[in-house]
Structure formats: C-alpha cells, structure tokens
Design a protein around this ligand. Sequence first.
Ligand code: G6Q
Length: 555
Amino acid sequence: MMTESTARLTALPAWQKLKAHYEQISDTHMRELFASQSNRFEDFSIAWEDLFLDYSKNRITEETIQLLVELATEGGVPEAIESMFQGEKINTTEDREVLHTALRSDVNKPFIIANGDDVMPEIQTVLEKMKGFCDAIHSGQSTGYTGKTFTSVVNIGIGGSDLGPHMVVNALKFYQKDIDVYFVSNVDDADVSETLKKVDPETTLFIIASKTFTTWETLTNAHSAREWFLRSGADEAALSKHFVAISSNIDDAVAFGIAEENIFEFWDWVGGRYSLWSAIGLSIAIAIGFSKFSELLAGAHAMDKHFRETPLEKNMPVILGLLGIWYNNFFGADTQAIIPYDQYLEYLPSYLQQADMESNGKRVTKHGEVVDYSTGPVIWGTTGTNGQHAYFQLLHQGTRLIPADFIAGIESLNNVGEHHRLLIANFLAQTEALVRGKTEAEAKITLEQSGLGEEEIEMILPHKVFPGNQPTNTLFYQKLTPYNLGALIAMYEHKIFVQGIIWDLNSFDQWGVELGKNLAKVIFEELGDGKPVATHGQSTRGLINYYKRKSPKDS
Ligand code: G6Q
C-alpha cells in the first residue's frame, strides 16, 4: 500500500545539519572559498589510475564534504555497496540480484552470490562463445551465405540493448576493426530503411539484441530486416548465417527463427541499462575485437574495486553522487549537465540520460512511500566545444543553477596540429569562467579600456556582468582507451547507485515505461481501420480521429 513518506531521509541528523549548513554557505561565492583555502585544489581532488577528478569548483567547504559523507554513512551507502557486490536481491520490486559487476569481474575468481551460487562459470561460457564468434568473423572463417566475409554488422535493439553498445562503439571508433557497425533502434521506419541502404545483404550480420525478446520496436525492426534479407535473394537457410540474437528469452528467440547456437545468453540479474558488459556488448566486441572488449571490462572492474574498497571521502563515485545530492536537494537544482570535450564521447550524455533518469527518476521509496524530497535530476548535455556556441550562454548568464561535469582526455588519439591544445584551452577556460564570472567592476574596466564613452558603458554594462559561482566537476582521463572508458562508465553507474541509496529508491526497476507502452498497444489497434474512435480523453480522441482523417487511404 502506498503511504506518505515517513521522511526517513529528511529526518536523518546529517540531513538536518546539511540544511542548516546550506543556510550558512549558500550565498558564499566560490571566489571567496578559493581565497580562503589555499590547498583547495589538493583537498578537493582525487587521482585514481588514469582518472583525475577535480571537484574544488563546487559550492562546498570541508564541512560540506564531511556532512555529505555523514549523510552517506547514515543513509547506509557502505552496507548497500556490499549488498550489491554480494549478490543480494536488491532489485526488490523485480525480486532480482543486481550483478552487472560480476560480468566484468575476474573470470578466474569465483563470484559467489547471496544464495550460494557462483555466477562466474556461466559468465565465462558466454564470454568464450563471444570470443569464438568474434574471432571467426575477424579471421574470415565465418562468412555470409555466399562465402563473402562480413563487412557490416547491424545491431537491432532499443534502450539498454542499444544505448550502451552504441555509445561505446562510437567512443572506441579509433580502435575499430575493418567492419562497419550500425545501430537500428527506433520503430520509425526511417531508421531501418536508411540503415539498410548502407549495407549489403551478402556481407551483413544482424544482431537482434533484446533481453526479453518481446520488445515491440526491436521485433518489428528485426522482422523488417529479415524480410529485406530474404527479398534480396537469400533463402531461409541463409538466415542462420546472418542473424544472431542476444537474449535471456531463448524460447522466443528460437520462435523468431534464430538458430539456438546463434543465441548469446544473458540473465535476468543484468538490468537492461547495465548490460553493455554482457553479451549485449557483442557489437562492441566485433567492432574492436574481443581482447579490447576485455580491456573495457577490466577498466570497469578496476573502478568496481575502487568503489568497493575506498573510504567514502576519497571515493570518486561517492563524491560525485554526494555533490549531486547537495545541489539537487539543498540548492534545488533540477538538472545536471554532462559535457565531454571529446567528440568520441558524443553519445555519453544520452547514454547517461537513460542510466540516470531510468534508475533514479522515481517518486516512491523502495518501501512504496511517496518521497518528500526531489530525486533524480534531468540529465542533458552535448560535447564541447560545440555546446559553447549553443547553450552555454544560459550557463554563464541565465538564472538557473546548473551543475556540470566537464570531461576530457589529456592525450588526443589523433594529434592533428594544434586541435587538442585548443580543445583543452576551451575546456579549462569554460570552467574558470563559470566559477569566477566577471564582476561589474571588472566588466567596467574592460569597457573603459576599449574606449567606450560613459553613456555607452552604462547602457552595456549589465550585459557584460557574469555572476559566476556555477559549480563544475572536471574529470580528466589520460587517453580514451577501452580500459579508461570502462572505468568512466562504471564510475557513473556507481554514482547513480549512491544517489539511489540515499534517496531510498530501487534504482534497478523501470515501471514508469509501462503505462505508455500499454496504451500504444490499444491505439495501434484503433489506428488499423478507417472508423473514428469514441474512446480516450477528448484530446487523444481528437488527435486519433484527426490522424485517421488525414492519413493517406490505401488505393
Ligand atoms: C533498461 C530498460 C530498457 C530496456 C529496453 C529494451 O534498463 O529495461 O531500456 O533495455 O526496453 O528491452 P529488451 O532488451 O528486453 O528488448
């Protein structure tokens, strides 16, 4: 039964202390904070392997961090971390363990979960199957039905069965083997049609990626791809060379026509948005080779160890999660920007949008109580420097508080001319501008130096003032390698986990996507004939009938 929140979180002593502390420091400008703490950069940064996090450009003091760490402790973060790694059924509403960390764990060591099972042998079996499959494609041993080597792969999946592999394949393009990898996700026929124009049926492998194998969009796209393939002249027998599936629902995949030996299994203890480490990563492994895929897993595993073993105050995902809570729940920030200064990470913001918003976009606690505090923020962003010429204006001079993560590599993979130095100069300049801003006095001096008259200065001066005090985290990685990318993704996964624990949410279910899905099934049937409908609310009914009137009639 749903009840009003018992305000478990907001009653915690650390929460109360943070509220009082917020009142004390919320008006303090970060210029003052930097002026009064000479070691701020050293105090508020974490170096771990190839990653470096500077979080000194936040509206925090030593006391803030101390209280936030207290909140994490009182909120049960250390115990929750252990529960996840020990394979307890922390996804309570679906009665499942949450074991994506096992997928990237050391295959030679047992990973015993709460019920006593060791999950590593089955993980290892699938990894070996993936390796064999990838190697055969790369060596040319496995070919299409006419004997030609594969030149393209089309991954058909959506949500967690698309966003992770798509983001990673794009991010690791530099390492890509001589094979094109495409992603079809949208049920809009433009997606499948435009992709199929680019590939040759004789040399294309289709991966149908669907944990449940019941997802409407994916099955529709898979059927269309299959028809296209058969129309090209291939016969049914050729299908088994060109269509493989990744699923935990073997029966439905077989019923679709995928040969059982072409099915790569994964398990219900892997959440969709946490599944790129499983067989769902097959397109990644084909793109970059299995050994590089293993490096991606190893990087994530190293971050898992950091997360599990490092004290809260030096723990990257914990600190990022706590800072997010500070802005979300005390400053009232509604959004969090993710701004990679790395074109290869173009899809990271949309990947994290799902990871974060589907995990923590919830309004009831694990126990079904309605929360009395805000939970997951809106995640958004694009790459820098592009964003600078688009929405940064609002960050610099708008009215909203927008915490932002700035992410960049120390080394370029391409090293063309001065591009990288220019990129990093912009990267560093933006966070400096966001923290410092420009006072009226400073703006006036600049205007006077430019030779403007007094009247003109008076008119333009307010427009030249930048309040600053916008919080940012700066994250450097040495170089975009599969290993470092694995670590970066795992870092964000764990950040989201920490926040979900403090907000007392189940970060691993996604009931919110159900309602619209069910309504779509009803409307799909209703759109099937020419008659007006009398169902639904006024607006939806009006729109359905307008659509039906305006749709081209079959000739
Ligand atoms: C992710 C969600 C969701 C899911 C897709 C695809 O955590 O569960 O995005 O991944 O709906 O589901 P299938 O893989 O079952 O097709």
